[in-house]
Design a protein around this ligand. Structure first.
Ligand code: GLU
Length: 415
């Protein structure tokens, strides 16, 4: 990844701590992860040869509860990226006010190049590496970029074998048949919808007819686009791996989803639909831009092309600090990642609660609880930002840091 993502995280942390009037020693424990596991392990490939892979599990903070956060399989995944993602999880869980710290895992791999059997062996080998540090009361992984419910199912199985008892609560984002929760697959996208509603309400605007561009059409961007479309927004552009679709009068998102997965979007054609580049999508003059792909989509290099009314960060870290500063100065609201995409981990929390009590809820119940949790988190961030005259990002970090520091004080770690 970009290599300075962690430095970006530290700069935001420092400015939030300064606004809170914290002395260095009161929050220094948040500047570094509590524990990092890094390992290299062999995996037997289908043709019989052995390949070595590198994997990580980084636990940033367990001050408010067990570490929580996804596992990503990506060729660019490295320690700097996983460290940043782990820290963001601590802040995300604190803003959402769920009883967790933060962690993240990853393997440096392009999973598209593996067969299903190779992917399973890779996942099981990685699970062995991290089994000593994960568990339902210590650190609970989940899906992230390029990982899914099936991969969580293999982790449940491998972990359960290693510890000698069936332990579905060790991960979230599982298949329903293994203790997953209704509403979890769509939760991050649904959270984007709820956050967009909240900010539009505060701005006195209506979502009906608002124009939207979504970068990334995976589990986050795809669901967000569909729910915003159902809400009456005009989704004019969505991107896929190699480009983007654009239609001035709005895309038919339901039809596009029916067309199937990303790869087929290369060939998608309908009246008024043009194929544009990812950069062109980001530069569209839309009311709402949702960057929902990877980190650093908007940096000092392209920030001057951004033409959106508001930005809702679907991905983790899609806008770097330099670009955020430019957008803040222009008065463009950014609903920050640690609030905007918290729907996933919030429903992960609900899944874990259901697993621990072995009693499962209806999808309506899950969605209603998610909406309440997000509306409270949004209010805390909005009020803090406006009371202190800071951006929503700094406001979100202020809420998160003050909650984590309070727990650290009560536990006796700091004065
Ligand atoms: N990977 C998701 C995130 O970045 C979800 C994490 C979880 O559910 O634990 O928030």
């Amino acid at each position: 990844m970009a290599g300075n993502t962690y430095a970006n995280m530290l700069a935001v942390l420092d400015s939030a701590a300064a606004k809170l009037g914290l002395a260095e020693e009161e929050y220094a424990f948040l500047r570094n992860p509590e524990r990092e596991v890094k390992g290299t392990f062999p995996v037997k490939m289908d043709d019989g040869h052995i390949e070595m892979f590198e994997g990580y599990r980084i636990q940033h903070s367990s001050m408010r509860g067990p570490c929580k956060g996804g596992i990503r399989f990506h060729p660019d995944t490295d320690e700097d990226e996983v460290k940043s993602l782990a820290a963001w999880m601590s802040f995300k869980c604190a803003v959402a006010n769920i009883p967790y710290g933060g962690g993240k895992g990853g393997i440096t791999v392009d999973p598209a190049k593996l067969s299903k059997a190779e992917l399973e062996r890779l996942t099981r080998a990685y699970t062995k590496l991290i089994t000593p540090v994960i568990g339902p009361k210590t650190d609970i992984p989940a899906p992230d970029v390029n990982t899914n419910a099936q991969i969580m199912g293999w982790i449940v199985d491998e972990y359960s074998k290693l510890v000698g008892e069936f332990t579905p609560a060790v991960v979230t984002g599982k298949p329903l048949a293994l203790g997953g929760s209704l509403g979890r697959p769509a939760a991050t996208g649904r959270g984007i919808l709820f956050n967009t509603r909240e900010i539009y309400k505060r701005l006195g605007k209506s979502l009906a007819g608002a124009t939207v561009a979504v970068q990334g059409f995976g589990n986050v961007g795809g669901v967000a686009a569909q729910l915003l479309y159902k809400e009456g927004c005009k989704v004019v552009a969505i991107s896929y791996a190699f480009g983007a679709l654009y239609c001035e009068n709005g895309l038919n998102i339901d039809e596009i989803i029916d067309t199937g997965y990303q790869m087929k979007l290369n060939d998608y054609n309908a009246e008024g639909v043009k194929h544009i580049t990812n950069e062109e999508l980001l530069a569209l003059p839309v009311d709402i831009l949702v960057p929902a792909a990877l980190e650093n989509a908007i940096t000092e290099k392209n920030v001057d092309t951004i033409n959106a009314g508001i930005i809702v960060e679907g991905a983790n870290g899609p806008i770097n600090n330099a670009a955020s500063k430019v957008l803040d100065e222009k008065g463009i609201y950014i609903v920050p990642d640690i609030l905007a995409n918290s729907g996933g981990v919030i429903v992960s929390y609900f899944e874990w609660v259901q697993d621990l009590q072995c009693y499962f809820w209806s999808e309506e119940e899950v969605n209603a609880k998610l909406e309440r949790q997000i509306s409270e988190a949004f209010k805390a961030v909005w009020d803090t930002a406006h009371e202190n005259g800071v951006s929503l990002r700094t406001g979100a970090y202020m809420v998160a840091v003050s909650r984590i520091v309070e727990a650290a004080k009560l536990r006796g770690y700091i004065n």
